[in-house]
Ligand binder design. Structure first.
Ligand code: 1CP
Length: 352
C-alpha cells in the first residue's frame, strides 16, 4: 500500500486533521443484526465461525458500505479473536458476548497466553482484509482494522463473561499489580501483532477499542491501563497509519487518553465534542458522537441531534472530525434513519 493511496480517503485525512472533501462518517457496529442482509448472509451459526470464513467476513464488512454509503468499512472480526485463536478458551455466546471457560486467575494462567502469530493463528482475518481492500480500491472508502485494548480484553479474560462491575478485574489490578502488569504486557504485544498484520494486509486506519475503560478512575487508568495502551500505539507508530482510541463513559479520562499516542480520540454521547476537544487538545481529531439510542427516534429528533454533533465537532476549519455514533449501532436501530444521517452529514459538510 502506498502512502498516497492511504491518504486518498477523507477518513484518513480527517484522522490527520487535513482538509477533507466532506466530513467522513461511519458507525461502530455498522455490520450486524440491524441489517436484514446481515441476518440473511450469516444464518444462525456462531459469530467466531463467520469471522473465520474470510469470504463471508469480507461480505459482512462490505454490506454497510453498500447500504449506507459510509466512508469506512470496519473489518468484520471481534476483539476476542486473538485470545480465541491462541486457544485461551474464549467463545462468544449469542446475545451475551464473550465467555471464558477457565478465566484468568493467577500467574499460572500467563502460560496460556502465548504470543499471537497472525499469519498462522488468524489468516482468515488477513484474507478478509485483503479481499475488502481490493474491493474498495479507488472508491475513496477506507478500511479500518481494529483490536481490543489490553484493559478491555483483560476484563473478559478475568471476569469470564461480560461484567458491569469489574470486581474481579479491580481485585487483580490492585491486589497483584505485578501480575496485572505482566498480563497487560502480553495483551499489548498481542494487539500490536494483530494490528500490524491487519495494516500490512490493507487496513488504512486502526481503532483500538477500550470500550470499558470508563469504569476506571483517572488514577486507575493512569497507573494500570495507560502504559499498555501507549505500548500498543507505539508498537504500530512506524507504519504511519492513523489510530483511533475509543472508550465508553470516558469523559473524565479524555485528557489522559490523549497522551496514549493515538491520532483520534473517540468520544461517547455523554460529552459534547467541543468540550471533548478542550480535554484532548488541538493535536487530536475527534470521532463521534450521536447517541445510538436516538437512532430509533423519529427523523426530526435524529436530524436535530446530528446537526448538534456536527456543530460541536467542527473545529472552525472544518477538519479533524469523524462523524460516528457515541457507541455501537443497536440491533433495533432504524436503518433508514442511519442512511439519512450519512446523507445529512455529507450534504451539510460539503456546503462549506
Ligand atoms: O461492524 C462492526 O463493527 C462489526 C465488527 C465487530 C466489532 C468492531 C464485532 C462483531 N465486534 C466488534 C468489537 C467488539 N467486540 C467490542 C468493541 C466495540 C464495542 O464496544 O461495542 C467489544 C466490547 C466486543 C465484545 C463483544 N462481542 C460483545 C459485547 C459484550 C459485552 O461485554 O457487553 C458482543 C455482544 C460480542 C459479539 C459480537 N461481535 C460482533 C458482533 C456482530 C457480535 C454480536 C453477535 C451475536 O450476538 O451473535
Amino acid at each position: 500500500m502506498s502512502p498516497e493511496a492511504a491518504a486518498d480517503t477523507d477518513l484518513v485525512r480527517a484522522c490527520f486533521r487535513q482538509p477533507v472533501s466532506r466530513t467522513p462518517v461511519w458507525f461502530m457496529r455498522q455490520a450486524g443484526r440491524s441489517l436484514p442482509e446481515y441476518r440473511a448472509a450469516r444464518g444462525t451459526g456462531s459469530i467466531l465461525a463467520a469471522i473465520a470464513d474470510a469470504p463471508l467476513a469480507a461480505e459482512l464488512t462490505l454490506q454497510p458500505v453498500r447500504r449506507y454509503g459510509v466512508d469506512a468499512a470496519i473489518l468484520f472480526s471481534d476483539i476476542v479473536v486473538p485470545v480465541h485463536a491462541i486457544g485461551f478458551g474464549v467463545d462468544i455466546e449469542p446475545g451475551r458476548g464473550p465467555v471464558v471457560a477457565r478465566p484468568f486467575r493467577s500467574a499460572a494462567d500467563l502460560s496460556r497466553l502465548r504470543p499471537l502469530e497472525p499469519a498462522l493463528d488468524t489468516p482468515y482475518v488477513l484474507d478478509a482484509a485483503r479481499a475488502v481492500r481490493q474491493e474498495l480500491a479507488g472508491s475513496g472508502v477506507a478500511l479500518i482494522g481494529f483490536a481490543g485494548a489490553p484493559f478491555t480484553v483483560a476484563s473478559y479474560l478475568i471476569e469470564g463473561a461480560p461484567s458491569r462491575t469489574f470486581t474481579k478485574v479491580k481485585a487483580l489490578m490492585h491486589g497483584d499489580p505485578a501480575l496485572w502488569g505482566q498480563l497487560m504486557d502480553c495483551l499489548a504485544a498481542m494487539s500490536v501483532a494483530f494490528l500490524r498484520a491487519q495494516i500490512e494486509a490493507g487496513a488504512q486506519a486502526v481503532q483500538l477499542f477500550d470500550s470499558w475503560a470508563g469504569n476506571l478512575s483517572p488514577g486507575e487508568y493512569r497507573r494500570f491501563v495507560l502504559p499498555a495502551t501507549r505500548a500498543v500505539l507505539e508498537g504500530i507508530a512506524d507504519l504511519g497509519v492513523p489510530s483511533i482510541l475509543f472508550g465508553v463513559g470516558t469523559g473524565e479520562l479524555l485528557s489522559l487518553m490523549a497522551t496514549a499516542g493515538a491520532d483520534v480520540i473517540g468520544v461517547d454521547w455523554r460529552v459534547p465534542l467541543d468540550a471533548a476537544r478542550v480535554r484532548v487538545g488541538t493535536d487530536h481529531a475527534v470521532q463521534g458522537n450521536l447517541d445510538p439510542a436516538l437512532c430509533v427516534a423519529p427523523w426530526p429528533v435524529v436530524e436535530a441531534a446530528a446537526r448538534e454533533v456536527m456543530a460541536a465537532g467542527a473545529d472552525g476549519s472544518g477538519t479533524g472530525h469523524i462523524f460516528n455514533l457515541g457507541h455501537g449501532v443497536l440491533p433495533e436501530a432504524d436503518i433508514g434513519i442511519l442512511g439519512a444521517v450519512v446523507d445529512l452529514v455529507h450534504a451539510e459538510s460539503m456546503r462549506g
